[in-house]
Ligand binder design. Structure first.
Ligand code: C5P
Length: 239
């Protein structure tokens, strides 16, 4: 397999074409960004940690029958994925109140929800990724109603699987963001990454934060938090 031309560079990853049809080469970067790119830093080792954690989680999901674009891990910072066209929606699942749900509703951070909730955000940097409803999705033609239903069901299935997995590792899955893409033959597939950049993960007992909120709010070392998550997931921690 050969890495070919750069197709896209995002905030946290680079995507390259390969010599194999519909397979892309992903490189996780050390760049950390928050608040729609307003806060930026290079954090050495972040790319490795996220590649490792994301690979482990996609593999875990595959083991429980949840398909994704993940093909295989290639190196410390690289993985192969199936090519998809990304649906311009961010799908957020929440088990515990935090972040923007706390801001929007005033419900106290840390309040456990008796049922997980699913939200859709429109992926548009200029608009600041606004929260949207099904009618907005329809007028924006961001996805078909059947795809919206499918994304919701898949997101809840991911939540059920990962919540249990993290719980076994002494972690609370507070909330997370997923992205989906469509393959050349029209399949809606879980895509992007699942990492502490895209999940809130707290210690089950102390509620210490190990995720990107460490960087967002200057609460401590992001690398230390992500390393703790990787250790608890049973992954290999590199120097
Ligand atoms: O900020 P908010 O509370 O809406 O974030 C909910 C979850 O989605 C958090 O786990 C956050 O890390 C993730 N998220 C993300 N990318 C975004 C927005 C939120 O990964 N652009």
């Amino acid at each position: 397999m050969q890495k070919e031309k750069l197709l896209y560079e995002g905030k946290a990853k680079k995507l390259y074409q390969t010599n194999e049809k519909e397979v892309l080469w992903v490189e996780y970067k050390d760049d950390a960004t928050a608040f729609n790119g307003e806060k930026k830093e290079v954090l050495h080792g972040k790319g490795k940690l996220n590649n490792e954690i994301s690979s482990l989680l996609f593999q875990k999901l595959a083991d429980t029958g949840i398909r994704s674009h993940f093909v295989k891990k290639l190196s410390a910072t690289e993985q192969l994925v199936k090519q998809t066209t990304i649906v311009p929606l961010e799908v957020v699942v929440r088990n515990i109140v935090a972040g923007s749900l706390h801001k929007r509703t005033g419900i106290e951070e840390g309040t456990e929800l008796n049922q997980a909730i699913v939200e859709f955000y429109y992926k548009d940097d200029d608009l600041g990724d606004p929260l949207i409803n099904n009618d907005h999705i329809r007028i924006l033609q961001a996805a078909e109603p059947e795809q919206v239903h499918n994304m919701r069901e898949q997101a809840l299935a991911v939540n059920k699987s990962l919540k249990k997995h993290f719980d076994d590792c002494g972690l609370l899955l507070v909330d997370f963001k997923l992205e989906f893409g469509t393959t050349a033959d029209g399949e809606l597939l879980l895509a992007d990454e699942i990492s502490p950049d895209t999940c809130r993960l707290w210690d089950k007992e102390t509620r210490e934060k190990f995720d990107k909120d460490l960087f967002r709010f200057g609460l401590g070392s992001l690398q230390d938090g992500y390393t703790e998550i990787l250790k608890r997931l049973g992954g290999a921690v590199h120097g």
